[in-house]
Design a protein around this ligand. Structure first.
Ligand code: MF3
Ligand code: CO
Length: 252
């Protein structure tokens, strides 16, 4: 709507989102510790369910448009939204793990990409660049900046390394629902777009592929893969703008 900015949350609301973020961070820690050759993506989903249950939280993924799990597990050529199942992770693979949780009605959402055992230098570079692009975007989460500054930060890091920002998928506002306005593109023009204010909370999530920005969706209607089969990485945090600058809510 013209003239309206991004919704601003109170300190109390952000405090509850921080609690949801801590649950997601624990899902990250526990799944990360279990990633090794021979584990299945369903094993990792089980761990996610255990954390959510142990913390008295609920899943925002399970049942979302019929989604059947509490995490997304996206190996190698899978960009995002891989459904956990019987796929076995092998030495040298990479896997993106996306987790979310609801506490007292407030949502958090975050993802990381990890190697399985020893991985190639090129795979490690893909993960590192994706993480660095997210870190650069988070730094731009300061009152007075604009949404275009955030996307531009991602794009600049990724393109400088000759990698591709995946086309057609974005981050999002987050709060009472997992996906709220605005969409948060991983590309942008500096100084353009909605103005960022204290109290804004965004899920920023660069998706980066080695060979192409183009994707396809498999017949399960969820699994997003690169069109050329090249590997992709995904990194995401739920980030609030505070008086003191960015606060990542999805860290331990
Ligand atoms: N967490 C994803 C996102 O970052 C959405 C997952 S869709 C689901 O937007 F169905 F798996 F929940
Ligand atoms: Co998200």
């Amino acid at each position: 709507m013209i003239g309206r900015g991004i919704v601003r949350r109170s300190r109390d609301e952000i405090a509850v989102m921080r609690r949801a973020g801590r649950v997601v961070a624990e899902m990250h820690e526990r799944t990360r510790a279990a990633i090794r050759p021979g584990v299945t993506t369903a094993d990792l989903d089980r761990i996610g369910r255990d954390v959510i249950e142990a913390r008295g939280a609920t899943s925002n993924f399970l049942g979302y448009h019929g989604y059947p799990a509490v995490i997304c597990a996206s190996p190698d050529e899978v960009v995002v939204h891989g459904i956990p199942g019987a796929r076995v992770l092998d030495e040298g693979d990479i896997v993106s793990i996306d987790c979310g949780a609801i506490v007292d009605g407030w949502h958090a959402d975050a993802a990381y990409t990890a190697g399985v055992g020893t991985i190639s230098a090129e795979a490690q570079r893909l993960i590192d660049v994706t993480d660095r692009s997210l870190a650069a975007a988070i730094e731009r989460m300061v009152e007075g900046n604009r949404l275009g500054d955030v996307g531009h930060a991602v794009q600049t890091v990724v393109e400088a390394e000759g990698l591709h920002v995946v086309d057609g998928y974005t981050g999002h506002g987050i709060g009472r629902a997992m996906h709220e306005d605005p969409t948060v593109p991983n590309v942008g023009w500096p100084g353009r777009g909605l103005k960022l204010r204290v109290g804004n909370v965004l899920a920023i999530e660069p998706m980066v592929a080695v060979g192409t920005p183009d994707t396809d969706v498999l017949d399960d209607d969820w699994t997003v893969v690169t069109l050329d089969g090249s590997w992709a990485a995904h990194s995401e945090h739920t980030v609030a703008i505070t008086d003191d600058g960015p606060e990542v809510l999805t860290l331990p």
